[in-house]
Structures are given as structure tokens and as C-alpha cells.
Design a protein around this ligand. Structure first.
Ligand code: ZN
Ligand code: ZN
Length: 384
């Protein structure tokens, strides 16, 4: 029956938002022991299909991996060993606190938790209402003390991004992870403006002119120019075009600077040379080469180096930079932070502070888009 249902789900067209979503939490961490404390609502604690304790507001559990089983106990009682443990919600307002013993911070999550063992470590899935998840993501991705119109724009973007990436973990028993790969999610949002923004834009997603969900790319600061999608990734997407942006120029991540010793800098290029593409250009030295914002390559001594690779390998904030020689060091001066495609968050925050609406924010950074309710998406409306 279960197999049949999974098969049926795969056949169903992607359209309206799912009611619940299955997110792997602490997905990048290797944890053996956590402390779990239900906070609100009524829960049932299930171990391998059977109720194992009556959960109250003061219940606190320690769950530990022992010989590939989940060992669970309260402060005073052992509750046994299980293959999986589920904190199942009985009322719609449920939330729980969780804290790995190896960490200081406790996180609060809405809805349900499913624990199992994977390769000797805890695997924890938060089965959460879609809009609860979304608010948590907006809080992580958009930050605190932002204007409501910015939060609304970010809610629509994160909803679109989530829906178009929901098959990223196809073949695994969850839909999304909780790190940058699928958007950062660390539990319940508690900023009222974010909850208000998620509610005010409920169900809204961004589509292109053929009604496909867009690739809702966003980044921290474009440095004054966003870039075409094909300059960073291979795909040319008509709504992700290079645009001038004056709104982010004086914001926090508008400019940056990084110093390299001449030795380190030269070593980098020497190591890199074998994989580089030789060009027939002449007469340009690395320290007076100033890549424009649209250039995909950095030119060095006859070789073209993909800017994207330089950004990762030299841990630069963006690919929008110039290089200057100064005695025995090299100064890389850059603009912007992130891949610079699509929605520029710091530009959008400034726009919202100046009184622009969330619709104006979205139309400023994505060209030729429309907003529709997700229930109106055509069958199979994944990104182009
Ligand atoms: Zn992921
Ligand atoms: Zn910008």
C-alpha cells in the first residue's frame, strides 16, 4: 500500500503547495545524543509503532544512539530501545524544543519529529506544515529587523524556491535538507513581521510568462549590477538578466577587500595553470586586469580563469572585483556578496525602506514575471 502511495505521489503533477513538508534537520551534523522537550500542544510519543509514554508539558527526553538503536529515557525512567521514535502531534498547535548534547543552542520546531538511526548517527525529520517551514526559512534567509514589504518579497521567493526544489532529495525519505542546498532552516520563526508577511502572501508564487515556476535566485548584495544567469550557471533564463542596481550601493556588503601576499597569489596561479585555457591575448598582467561585472573570466598572463572558480578557491565574496599590486602584496577590491543573480537582498531592503511595495521589489529584480496562487499552477509547472 505504502509503495503504491509513493508511486501515486510521483505520478501526481506538481501544482498546489503541499500541506506538510518533510525536512531533515541538523542534516549536516553527525549527532549521537539529543535532548527533546515538547513545548506546546498535545503529543503522542511512539516507538516502533507503539505508544511509549504519556507526554506532558514538563516531559524531557534524552535520545541516544546505542548499537544502531534509539535509546530513550526521561530523567527518572528508561523507556527502551527502538528503531524509530515519532513525536506525533494530536493538536494543530504543537511545537517542541530540541538540543544536541554537544551544542549550546536549543532550537524550537513546529509540528512533528521522526527520529531514526542512519549509519550510526541520528537522523531527524521534521514533518512540518508548509507555511510554518516557510516562515522559519524566511527568518534564516532574510535576517532580523527588516521592513515588512521586504519580508513579503522574501516569503514569495522562498515559497517559489522551495516548491521548485522539492524533488532535490528524490529517492531519500525526506524532501528538503536544512542547509544552503535547500535553503537554511533552523526551526520556528518568532518575528511577528515574518509571520505576518507569510500570511499576507499565502500561496503566492512567481512564474515566468509560460506559467512555470521561476528559479527564484537571490543573494546578499549585487554590488551595483546583478548578472545574467548564464554568466554564473549555464542556463540563460529570460527573467534573470543583468540589471543596474543603485539601491544596494551603500549597504553593508556593497564593498569588500582581501589582501594576499605576492607569494600566495603567484602560487595560486602556478598551481592553477595546468587546468587553464590559454588565450592569444597579450600584454595584460594580473595586477592591472580589471574584470568588468559581466566578465566570466579573469585574464592572467595569457590564461583565462573562470571567475566562479576564483571566488570559491580564494574565498572571495563575489566575482565582481579588481586587482591591484601594492609592493609585496596583492589587494583584491570587490563589490557585492554572493552569486549576484536575481534578487539582491540588500538592494530590496533599501527599496522597501523607501516605500516600494513587495511587488515592486520582485519586478525590479526578476524581469517579465507574474505572481499567481500556487493552486493555479499548471500540471508539472517545475522551473524551466
Ligand atoms: Zn538539500
Ligand atoms: Zn544590488
Amino acid at each position: 500500500m505504502r509503495k503504491f502511495l509513493i508511486f501515486l505521489c510521483l505520478l501526481l503533477p506538481l501544482s498546489a503547495l503541499p500541506l506538510n513538508i518533510n525536512v531533515r534537520i541538523y542534516s549536516s551534523e553527525y549527532l549521537k545524543t539529543v535532548i527533546l522537550a515538547p513545548k506546546a500542544g498535545k503529543y503522542l510519543l511512539i516507538g516502533d509503532g507503539k505508544s511509549i509514554d504519556s507526554v506532558t508539558e514538563s516531559s524531557v527526553y534524552q535520545i541516544k544512539i546505542v548499537n544502531n538503536f534509539l535509546e530513550i529515557k526521561t530523567l527518572t525512567r528508561e523507556l527502551g530501545k527502538y528503531t524509530y521514535i515519532r513525536l506525533k502531534e494530536l493538536t494543530p498547535d504543537c511545537s517542541f524544543n530540541i538540543k544536541p548534547v554537544s551544542e549550546k543552542a536549543t532550537r524550537l520546531y513546529n509540528d512533528e519529529l521522526l527520529l531514526s538511526c542512519s549509519n550510526g548517527y541520528l537522523k531527524m525529520l521534521n514533518i512540518v506544515q508548509f507555511e510554518h517551514y516557510l516562515a522559519g526559512v524566511v527568518e534564516c534567509e532574510a535576517g532580523q529587523r527588516r521592513p515588512v514589504e521586504f519580508y513579503k518579497a522574501q516569503a514569495v521567493i522562498c515559497r517559489t524556491y522551495t516548491l521548485s526544489n522539492i524533488a532535490r532529495h528524490l529517492g531519500e525519505d525526506y524532501e528538503l535538507c536544512d542547509v544552503v542546498h535547500c535553503q537554511v532552516y533552523r526551526g520556528t520563526a518568532d518575528i511577528p513581521e515574518i509571520l505576518q508577511a507569510v500570511e499576507a502572501t499565502k500561496g503566492l508564487v512567481i512564474v515566468d510568462n509560460s506559467k512555470h515556476l521561476i528559479n527564484a535566485a537571490y543573494h546578499s548584495n549585487c554590488g551595483g549590477y546583478t548578472v545574467n544567469s548564464e554568466d554564473v550557471w549555464s542556463l540563460n533564463l529570460p527573467y534573470l538578466r543583468a540589471t543596474k542596481d543603485t539601491f544596494c550601493l551603500n549597504q553593508l556588503h556593497a564593498t569588500w577587500e582581501k589582501h594576499f601576499s605576492m607569494n600566495d597569489w603567484l602560487n595560486y596561479f602556478e598551481k592553477k595553470e595546468a587546468s587553464l585555457k590559454k588565450t592569444d591575448k597579450h600584454g595584460e598582467a594580473y595586477w592591472d586586469s580589471i574584470p568588468g561585472h559581466k566578465r566570466v573570466y579573469f585574464y592572467d598572463n595569457g590564461y583565462l580563469i573562470p571567475l566562479k572558480e576564483m571566488r570559491i578557491e580564494l574565498t572571495l565574496h563575489s566575482t565582481y572585483f579588481s586587482v591591484e599590486k601594492n609592493k609585496d602584496e596583492v589587494i583584491v577590491r570587490g563589490r557585492g556578496n554572493g552569486h549576484r543573480v536575481g534578487f539582491c537582498q540588500e538592494g530590496a531592503i533599501h527599496m522597501a525602506q523607501k516605500g516600494y511595495t513587495y511587488l515592486q521589489l520582485l519586478h525590479n529584480y526578476y524581469q517579465g514575471i507574474q505572481l499567481i496562487d500556487s493552486s493555479a499552477l499548471p500540471a508539472g509547472a517545475g522551473t524551466n
